[in-house]
Ligand binder design. Structure first.
Ligand code: ATP
Ligand code: MG
Length: 395
């Protein structure tokens, strides 16, 4: 019965003069998400509201699901709207609405009227009372509860009259494209896709870099990362995924540096390369899935040593989350099932049995000197041979 949605947005409502920029970005992102859906849609902005109208046939569930990937949306309300043809006609529409949306009438309700057009003959209080009365007459099983009703029935008198009662939660956040771009270090694990999602949620566009180590890591492991990027791109929009061959760098480190420092040194080179690509592509920060203490390479000492090579800000949105909390987000955004597929990642192959948990930065730097003369060329080759994949949600 619904052919339209009222889109609620919270945070972007408070942006003062920039508000229209945020609203326009939101409209763009809604259009983009709806391209993936059956049917044709019209989107219109009116009085601080965004409405999505379906033109002809459309799939309700699919449409809601896709709207739920648009950052900036706090609520999706399936709405019925009618021309103002007097209170009697409105009463009929509302009775019909309640009858169809709530086949089981054993419920409590409350009418929440709003009058954006002050020339309507009834004021808000009168509307609440009158509509409440009409519904109680029509459906004697219904009862009113103004404190905790099962149903909040919203009736908004604007240029047209809007009726809705369901508010399906959106992902909240801010529309992508309103807050610059950052480079995500995307591995095949659980944490980094979640980290990308969280930063993108703040309106940031993301690109990604993946380090692989063929033949130690397989084509399947790489495909897994592409799949994760695709899932994140449902929220973030298209992701430019840079795939860097890290094998020779890893082998050089393995050969010339103490094994208990392998992971840290490797992580430092990953950050260095990621930062170079980030600067070349106008990214203003790096993003990783690190969380304090999760593994040896993520203790405070290790993070200190890793971070030391970066001059761009490094965003680590999972930093204070427990693994279980990260897992919950990954389940919610649909990356978990892919992340737990058992393909090797390039770190697991070269890990030491007893990695340092308190790396000493001076030692690390001294040991990295063993790579002088070799590493420069390897870094150059890694950058010049990188592959660029454009990952889109619809592919
Ligand atoms: P994740 O679940 O994201 O893989 P993790 O718990 O396995 O994280 P690490 O392997 O220590 O942690 O990696 C820490 C972070 O470094 C990752 O979250 C990711 O941002 C980055 N990273 C690790 N390996 C790679 C890789 N092969 N390519 C790109 N980034 C990587
Ligand atoms: Mg990992």
């Amino acid at each position: 019965m619904f052919t339209a949605f009222l889109i609620k947005y919270a945070e972007i409502g408070v942006k003062g003069k920039n508000r229209y920029l945020f609203e326009d970005a939101l409209v763009q992102q809604i259009k983009y998400a709806l391209k993936r859906c059956e049917g044709e849609f019209k989107i219109r902005k009116a009085q601080g509201r965004i409405y999505v109208d379906a033109v002809g046939e459309f799939d309700f569930e699919e449409t809601v699901e896709n709207l739920q990937t648009v950052f900036g949306i706090s609520g999706i309300c399936p709405v019925v709207y009618v021309e103002d043809e007097g209170f009697e006609q409105l009463s009929k529409t509302i009775v019909d609405y309640m009858d169809r949306v709530y086949p089981d009438k054993n419920k409590t309700f409350k009418v929440v009227a709003r009058r954006a057009r002050k020339n309507y003959p009834l004021d808000t209080m009168e509307l609440n009372r009158e509509i409440g009365g009409v519904l109680l007459d029509a459906f004697p099983q219904l009862s009113v509860d103004v404190h905790e009703p099962d149903i909040n029935l919203y009736v908004e008198i604007r240029e047209k009259i809007y009726i809705y009662s369901r508010i399906i939660p959106g992902p909240c956040g801010m529309p992508v494209g309103t807050n610059g771009k950052a480079m995500l270090l995307l591995s095949g694990g659980i944490d980094s896709p979640v980290a990308g999602y969280m930063i993108s949620k703040r309106g940031v566009k993301i690109d990604a870099v993946y380090f692989h180590a063929p033949p130690y890591t397989s084509e399947r492991a790489k495909q897994k990362v592409v799949d994760l990027a695709r899932q994140v791109s449902r929220y973030s929009g298209p992701i430019y995924l840079h795939v860097v061959n890290f094998t020779d760098i890893q082998l050089a480190i393995y050969e010339k540096c103490p094994h208990e420092e392998l992971t840290i040194i490797m992580r430092r080179y990953m950050m260095k390369i990621a930062e170079k690509i980030a600067r070349d592509t106008e990214c203003l920060g790096l993003i990783t899935g690190e969380s304090i203490g999760q593994v040896a390479s993520q203790t405070m000492h290790s993070l200190y040593a890793t971070n030391e090579v970066c001059t761009l800000p490094v965003y680590r949105p999972c930093i204070g989350l427990d693994k279980q909390e990260i897992v919950e987000i990954s389940e919610k955004i649909g990356t978990y099932e892919t992340s737990i597929q058992p393909y090797e990642d390039c770190c697991t192959i070269f890990v030491a049995k007893h990695p340092v948990t308190k790396p000493n930065l001076e030692y690390i730097k001294r040991h990295e000197e063993n790579l002088t003369g070799v590493i420069e060329g390897l870094l150059e080759t890694a950058l010049s041979t990188k592959e660029l994949l454009i990952v889109r949600p619809e592919d």
